[in-house]
Design a protein around this ligand. Structure first.
Ligand code: PGA
Length: 259
């Protein structure tokens, strides 16, 4: 895949002013630029509609950072896939380690969300990854398999076709310590092979993202990895200059314009 997918995960950051500024900057960038990149913005969900209206560019996509697995009902504080679809987002980030840890989301809960996202014609961006201890204990592949298997169980063999999977080692998120390109490539290859094997279909198309301390400094070496289709950027996406630099470098590398 020659078109990099670059996702901005703002997490619980941002405010009206940042939304205004960021949107204005994106609007002023040459439109053609966006044809060659898949850019997905994931600000807190209440800002999505505003940003969408301001940017007015069908080539910029939006993702919610979370969703409830119920479609409607007495679930105070929740937002459904149906609603996310209605406000014009196309993707939903699921299973982020911060949600797994801070909101006790287990693999079953995430699989239920995955199902509801797909049912509502949205595209899941499933985050998977091991903790530092699990890595030390040599459990990385087992952890990833468990995180993937539950989706197959709940959503069927075809679940992953045309979805994004973000490999986000927990120890690399927000720490400034990204995984090495060699490790990233190795794990991506494993994920891809495993999903194809499990789905019993070698035409299963998945888009592999790497996430965890991606910056303007390391993007070049990360995006070069053969199996990496793109990156999920957390803190590095809040500053539009940084974020655009990451997009530009990714694009050039994937198009062989930069060595
Ligand atoms: P980070 O976050 O880039 O700030 O490490 C990535 C993520 O959590 O998606």
């Amino acid at each position: 895949m020659k078109t990099p997918i670059i996702i901005a995960n703002w997490k619980l950051n941002g405010h009206k002013l940042l939304v205004e500024k960021f949107s204005k900057k994106i609007k002023n960038i040459e439109k053609n630029f966006f044809k060659e990149n898949t850019i997905i913005l994931s600000p807190p969900v209440i800002y999505i509609q505003k940003m969408k209206e301001k940017i007015k560019n069908k080539k910029i996509f939006f993702a919610a950072q979370n969703v409830d697995f119920n479609n409607k009902g007495a679930f105070t504080g929740e937002i459904s896939s149906y609603m996310i679809n209605e406000i014009g987002a196309k993707y939903v980030i699921l299973g982020h380690s911060e949600r797994r840890k801070n909101h006790n989301e287990d693999n079953l809960c995430i699989a239920k969300k995955f199902k509801s996202v797909k049912k509502n014609n949205l595209i899941p961006i499933l985050c998977i990854g091991e903790t530092e201890q699990e890595k030390k204990d040599g459990l990385t592949k087992n952890i990833l398999k468990n995180q993937i298997n539950q989706i197959f169980l709940k959503c069927g063999l075809n679940s992953f076709h045309k979805t994004c999977i973000a490999y986000e080692p927990v120890w690399a998120i927000g720490t400034g310590k990204n995984a090495s390109p060699i490790l990233i490539n190795k794990i991506m290859k494993f994920i891809k092979k495993y999903i194809i094997y499990k789905s019993k279909n070698k035409n299963t198309k998945i888009y592999l993202q790497y996430g965890g301390s991606v910056s303007t400094k390391n993007i070049k070496s990360i995006i070069k990895s053969k199996y990496v289709n793109g990156v999920l950027v957390g803190s590095g996406s809040l500053d539009y200059k940084n974020f655009f630099k990451i997009i530009k470098i990714s694009y050039k590398i994937k198009k062989n314009l930069l060595k």
